[in-house]
Design a binder for this molecule. Structure first.
Ligand SMILES: [Zn+2]
Ligand SMILES: [Zn+2]
Length: 111
């Protein structure tokens, strides 16, 4: 046994501590997203059985959804602020409140 780990992609000898191949940057150590167990081979965690590809897919989907939600909330908040600023000099407070209510209702309907 040597002190090096051979890259499965290009065959380059990397130090044992390397997470990525220094030559082609292929992943040498896979870390389980569930239990943080580190292993050199396989797509399934040796410890807890988590499927790495599936876990990555789920994490990606989740981040996509959260991003979309944050974006939407931000847009709604901006629209509300904008409508208030535009409406204030011309209408009464009651008018602003009515405008806000209309926007909330419209938001609920478009969901
Ligand atoms: Zn390599
Ligand atoms: Zn695991």
């Amino acid at each position: 046994m040597s002190d090096n780990v051979e890259c499965p992609k290009c065959g380059h000898a990397n130090p044992l501590s390397a997470y990525f191949c220094v030559n082609c940057h292929a992943i040498l150590i896979r870390r389980c997203p569930n239990c943080w167990h580190e292993q050199r081979q396989g797509m399934v965690c040796e410890k807890c059985g988590t499927n790495f590809a599936l876990a990555a897919e789920l994490a990606f989907e989740k981040s996509q959804k959260e991003e979309a939600r944050v974006e939407r909330d931000k847009m709604v908040a901006e629209a509300l602020t904008f409508s208030q600023i535009v409406a204030l000099p011309f209408t009464s407070v009651a008018g602003v409140v009515r405008g806000l209510l209309l926007r909330v209702v419209a938001g609920l309907l478009s969901r």
